[in-house]
Every structure is written in C-alpha cells, then in structure tokens.
Design a protein around this ligand. Structure first.
Ligand SMILES: Nc1ncnc2c1ncn2[C@@H]1O[C@H](COP(=O)(O)OP(=O)(O)OP(=O)(O)O)[C@@H](O)[C@H]1O
Ligand SMILES: C=C(C)CCOP(=O)(O)O
Length: 248
C-alpha cells in the first residue's frame, strides 16, 4: 500500500490565491495514471492546499491549534479545499483513475490535546473495492477549540500508521530536504541531525513547512521519501528518490 501526498505547493501556484499550477497537476496525474496502469495497486492520495486553503485559514486566524467557531469561516476554508479536491479528482478521472473523495472534515476530529482521530475503515474499504481515495488538508472539529486545520502531512501520517503503508511519498516543490548548500540530503534518521537547516514554507502556509513534515515522518515505521515532481514516476516505480526519512 502506498500513501502519496501531492504537495499543495506543487499542484498550485502558491503565490496567487486559489490558482492551480495546471501543468504540474496534469504531470502528477499522468504519473499516477501510468503507475496504476503499470501494476501499482492500493494507492491512497492526499493533497495539500498550496494557494487553496492556506490564505483562507490565515485570513480567519485559523491554524492547526487556533480554531474557529464561525461556520462561515469554516465553510470558506473547507470550501477552498474541496474546490481544489474537485480539480485533482477531475484530472485523475480524465486519465481513467478511479479516484473518489474522502473529506476529512466529515470523518475526523481532534481531542482536547489536539491529537487527530481519523477513522480509516472507509479508506481501506474503498481500496479493497478498487478505488483510489483522495483526501486533502482540511478543517476538523477540535474539542475545546472549534474547528482547526488538519494538514495533509498529518493525514499521511495517520493513514500510513493505521493502514500499515509499505511506502510513503511526499511530492513537494523541492527535490528533497536541502542542506545549507542546497544539496539534497540523501537520508535522515534523526531530527537533531537536520534541525538547523529545516525551515518553514516560503509561502503562506499555516501548517509548518518542511520541519513539520520531517518530524511527522520520523514517527512512522515505514520509510518515507520526499522528492520533487520530476521524481514522482520513479517513486511510484519503486525507487527511493530525493530524501529518505528512516526512523528505524
Ligand atoms: N531544508 C529545507 N529543504 C527543503 N525545503 C525547505 C527546507 N526548509 C524549508 N523548506 C521549505 O519547505 C517547503 C515545502 O513545504 P510546503 O509545506 O510548502 O510543501 P508542500 O507539502 O508541497 O505544500 P503544502 O503544505 O501546501 O501541501 C519548500 O518549498 C521550502 O520553501
Ligand atoms: C490550510 C488547509 C485548510 C489545509 C492545509 O493542508 P496542507 O497544505 O497539507 O498543509
């Protein structure tokens, strides 16, 4: 089972609100379709927000910890993410991928500690029935805080753990985690080894950029890869492009 995240910064133009990077999205959809035709089974896709969702969340002061109890604000943020989800689904459907949406707002929640609870029975059943479930960064109900943002990266972690993913891939706008000289770090085994070079996202991003990604992936048993769009095909073919996060 593969969990693949298509970074919001890859499939959208992160500097312009609610703007797709149509070419990049089509390229990603091509790679997914080719991989499924080539024999990949059991693929779960998660996509991030990029220029959809982050701007809205930021405008309403909503983050993964700061929530809202304003339904209008919640619909604004969730609506931006479902709009992007429709675009992703349609590009996949056009290529014969049996992609269906799973909206985290209707499925998950956070407890008072902020820990995410995400049921995955629907995702497992969709996989078993031959679908490609497509989740996305979203809002979730948060005990004591209203509704807060859940990042695609958190969803990847929860899905990978629960569904015992064999492989995890984060396709981002960078070719991997970069060191001080902008060279791709091949392998990361401990957060302390790279904490100094990890920063936040260059664009409006309420969920933490690269540092949060690496921290989350280090908690998983399976190996994860962070790579750029040019390496998506290679990842889906079984290679380990970019940076491998290995906590074992
Ligand atoms: N050491 C680093 N190596 C690589 N990228 C880094 C590093 N430190 C900070 N970054 C930033 O992290 C960004 C990737 O995180 P970001 O959250 O924007 O990606 P994404 O998952 O593709 O998008 P989204 O969160 O919208 O889904 C890079 O574009 C870069 O600006
Ligand atoms: C900002 C929202 C609503 C979702 C963010 O998801 P991410 O881009 O994966 O961090």
């Amino acid at each position: 089972m593969i969990v693949l995240k298509l970074g919001g910064s890859v499939i959208t133009d992160k500097d312009r609100p609610e703007t797709l990077d149509g070419e990049a999205l089509e390229r990603a959809a091509d790679a997914v379709a080719a991989a499924l035709e080539g024999g990949v089974e059991d693929l779960v896709i998660v996509h991030g927000g990029g220029s959809f969702g982050h701007h809205n969340a930021s405008e309403h002061g909503v983050t993964t910890a700061e929530g809202t109890r304003d339904a209008g604000a919640a619909l604004d943020i969730h609506g931006a993410m479902t709009t992007l989800n429709r675009f992703v689904l349609s590009r996949l459907l056009e290529r014969g991928v049996e992609a269906v949406p799973v909206h985290p707002f209707s499925a998950g929640h956070r407890d008072v500690e902020g820990d995410l609870e995400l049921p995955t029975g629907q995702v497992a059943t969709l996989l078993a029935e031959g679908f490609v479930p497509v989740l996305h960064g979203d809002l979730v109900a948060h005990a004591g805080a209203g509704a807060t943002v859940v990042s695609g990266d958190e969803l990847v972690t929860a899905l990978a753990r629960d569904l015992e993913a064999d492989r995890i891939g984060l396709c981002s706008t960078v070719p991997g985690v970069l060191d001080d000289d902008d060279a791709v770090i091949d392998r990361i085994a401990a957060y302390e080894d790279v904490a100094g070079v990890l920063g936040e996202s260059a664009a409006t991003d309420v969920t933490g950029g690269m540092a949060a990604k690496v921290q989350a992936l280090l908690t998983l048993e399976a190996e994860a890869s962070i790579f750029g769009l040019e390496d998506l095909e290679a990842f889906l073919a079984g290679d380990e492009p970019g940076t491998t996060i290995d906590s074992s």
